[in-house]
Write a protein that binds this ligand. Sequence first.
Ligand code: HEM
Length: 136
Amino acid sequence: MKASSFSFKIATVMALTGIAMGIGMAASHDHSLMPAHAHLNLLGWVSLFLFGIYYKLNPNTDSSRLAVIQVGVWTLGTVVLTAGVAAIHLGNTGAEPAAAIGSLVLLAGMLLFTLLVFRPAAADRISPAVAMTPAE
Ligand code: HEM
């Protein structure tokens, strides 16, 4: 699966979960999960969707295994951080290490993305004019 497709699919699942959490908070008048909701929506929906757009615009990076791994690492970090933050705000301070681990996994995911942006796949570095020259 291409990185963009993987990213878009997970982003929509995260958005549905984040929205359900928001509706649950609004309906119950209990906003204690607000930080978890905000992180899930911004890391899981907005960021993953933005990664997907970047990969779609850079087809060779989109096909790379490292980009798929980057999306996987980001997803794992988002789930662990969100669960940790939710548990902390529900009164379980013992979940702090989970939130800390999640944040470090997210840092690793952003480092991978930075690497992919600064060192795009070799074919992406060929200018479009050169790439489109017919072989006559
Ligand atoms: C049906 C959809 C949604 C519902 C019902 C909902 C509901 C809520 C509620 C009840 C709060 C708590 C507000 C407070 O206690 O002050 C909140 C906070 C927040 N939501 Fe949502 N939300 C939804 C979608 C989203 C989406 C799509 C995003 C981001 C892309 C988002 C980002 C945030 C953020 C950043 C906060 C924290 C705001 C602050 O710090 O004051 N929400 N939301």
